[in-house]
Design a protein around this ligand. Structure first.
Ligand SMILES: [Zn+2]
Length: 189
């Protein structure tokens, strides 16, 4: 029966473990549950959509985006001492934008203000909330456009949100604009 126990354990782990790699439906359900169970956490009371001038604000404060080799252990990280957001080279454009958005969510909601309601900013629950915010920001064309342009990254089109964000870019380059539908072709996973 060992085999059966192991599969049970595996399915239990799969169903309860939430990380930055989880599907959107799992992440969204998890964060909603956290909100339901912890309604007093300050994070629920702050604006969850940043103004698009947020990116300009960090740029003006001296923040930069830098690149780590493709062997880098993380997809992204923050080095506050030198005001740098590090991204791993060679990621799929969606992964790049999603990671950058996640790191900006960390910058926008630094946990030293005690905004999470959670003791440690390294807590996986806080990471899940940050990822949940970052993915939603990435899927908003205006925010995506401002984020990429402000930090002078290459605009990439891979779903509805990114196409909407860079519509005139692709048209200007004479590229085909695909008939993408917001409901079905916005990547969230
Ligand atoms: Zn993080």
């Amino acid at each position: 029966m060992a085999f059966s126990s192991i599969s049970k354990l595996e399915s239990k782990l799969n169903s309860s473990y939430v990380s930055v790699k989880s599907s959107w439906s799992k992440l969204d359900a998890y964060v909603n549950k956290l909100r339901e169970r912890n309604p007093s956490w300050p994070i629920w009371g702050v604006p969850l959509n940043p103004p698009s001038c947020l990116f300009e604000l960090f740029k003006n404060k001296g923040w930069e985006v830098g690149w780590k080799p493709s062997t880098y252990i993380f997809t992204g990280s923050i080095e506050p001492d030198i005001k740098t957001i590090w991204l791993k080279s060679g990621m799929h454009p969606y992964e790049r934008d999603k990671t950058l958005s996640h790191e900006f969510a960390h910058l926008f909601y630094p946990d030293r203000f005690g905004i999470s309601g959670i003791n440690s900013s390294r807590d996986y629950r806080w990471e899940a909330i940050i990822e949940w915010l970052g993915r939603q920001w990435r899927a908003k064309p205006t925010l995506l456009r401002t984020m990429i342009n402000t930090f002078e990254l290459e605009a990439k089109v891979y779903d509805w949100a990114s196409q909407e964000a860079f519509k005139d870019y692709t048209l200007a380059k004479g590229q085909l604009v695909l008939p993408l539908d917001k409901r079905y072709t916005t990547i969230m996973d």
